[in-house]
Design a protein around this ligand. Structure first.
Ligand code: NAP
Ligand code: GLV
Length: 321
């Protein structure tokens, strides 16, 4: 009997797929960083029972209409704003994501960005690299303290809680905003629930980890930045589209806020000549929140396990509802 066919939209080393080779026939796009061209993807999904996608692949009606045998799309990300869930339902395709396995790694990156932006780490490191360091001076690259300050987390979910856990080690005063209160987290993390406006007005650090939805689209706009303290550091590790980037550039240039740490952008990859990339007070990273070898390995395994389950008639392990 022929094995179910899986198509993977990025190159993945064969050693990660070996455990599944008896069960599944795997084909993949052979380039690691270059996205699969649409025509190739459409040809491949015509035969596929399962698709292993990444967050920049659009899983929409156009694609699903070309995939008559498709039973599952396993997205190698916890976020799934690249997937049209309604179209998946119409085509009887299960969509899965990779929650939990990446939470701590992404929280590490979020906290690193917070620290890098507050303490001007990339700016100072560039100074040394460019051979500009001449002497020590009292306020040379002076940034902001982190310990004891007020942290506002917008999106106190799995990753948000990870950020809060790290902040407790810095004796931070933790406040958060969600649509719903999490009383257990408030107790565990000594966190206070506040309205979004109060969070923006009173936090020294504003970190966003909400999913991108219609409701969170451009949630951080001119009005939001105007409410923040002029000394505030803004960190986005959620999705670029939750921020109005033009408003953020203005806020950073006009001194409405002090600095930003950004892992995600409205358009990815962001162009090198984008105003945000040129700003000294913005630390910009290429969407590497979950990028540790350990975590990326777990994410691949979870995607493959989800695929193996669905194509053999079992329930998906982490379906997106
Ligand atoms: P999660 O556990 O579902 O947490 C999301 C939180 O956001 C929830 O607490 C939710 O609470 C809150 N939320 C949702 N809509 C909201 C709204 N309109 N206003 C206020 N709060 C809202 O998800 P997670 O695993 O922590 O992941 C969160 C997001 O991080 C992902 O969706 C993804 O976009 C992003 N992410 C980025 C990277 C990266 O590489 N940079 C890595 C992983 C994840 P309520 O439902 O109560 O509102
Ligand atoms: C990464 O951005 C993810 O959603 O996992």
């Amino acid at each position: 009997m022929s094995k179910p066919k899986v198509y993977i939209t990025r190159k993945i080393d064969a050693k990660y797929l070996e455990p599944y080779q008896d069960q599944l026939e795997v084909r993949m796009w052979e380039k690691e960083e270059e996205p699969v061209p649409k025509e190739t993807l459409y040809q491949e999904v015509a035969e596929a029972d399962a698709l292993f996608s990444v967050l920049s692949d659009a899983i929409d009606e156009d694609l699903l209409a070309k995939a008559p045998h498709l039973k599952v799309v396993a997205n190698m990300a916890v976020g799934y704003d690249n997937i049209d869930l309604e179209a998946c339902k119409q085509h009887d395709v299960v969509a899965t994501n990779t929650p939990d396995v990446l939470s701590e790694t992404t929280a590490d990156l979020g906290f690193s960005l917070l620290m890098a932006a507050a303490r001007r780490i990339t700016e100072a490191a560039d100074w040394v690299k460019q051979d500009k360091w001449q002497s020590w001076a009292p306020f040379f690259f002076a940034g902001s303290d982190i310990y004891g300050k007020t942290l506002g987390i917008v999106g106190m979910g799995r990753i948000g809680e990870g950020i809060a856990k790290r902040a407790t080690g810095f004796d931070m005063n933790i406040q958060y905003h969600n649509r719903s209160r999490k009383k257990d987290a408030e107790e565990r993390l000594q966190a206070t629930y506040v309205s979004l406006d109060e969070l923006l007005e009173t936090s020294d650090f504003v970190v966003t980890v909400v999913p991108h939805t219609e409701e969170t689209d451009k949630m951080f706009n001119q009005a939001a930045f105007e409410k923040m303290k002029s000394s505030a550091v803004f960190v986005n590790i959620s999705r670029g589209k939750v921020v109005d980037e033009e408003a953020l550039v203005h806020a950073l240039q006009a001194g409405e806020i002090q600095a930003a740490g950004l892992d995600v952008f409205e358009e990815e990859p962001i162009e090198a000549d984008h105003p945000l990339v040129g700003l000294k007070n913005a630390v910009c990273l290429p969407h590497i929140g979950s990028a540790s070898v350990e975590t990326r390995t777990k994410m691949i395994q979870l995607c493959m396990d989800n695929i193996a389950a669905v194509v053999s008639g079992k329930e998906a392990i982490t379906p997106v509802s």
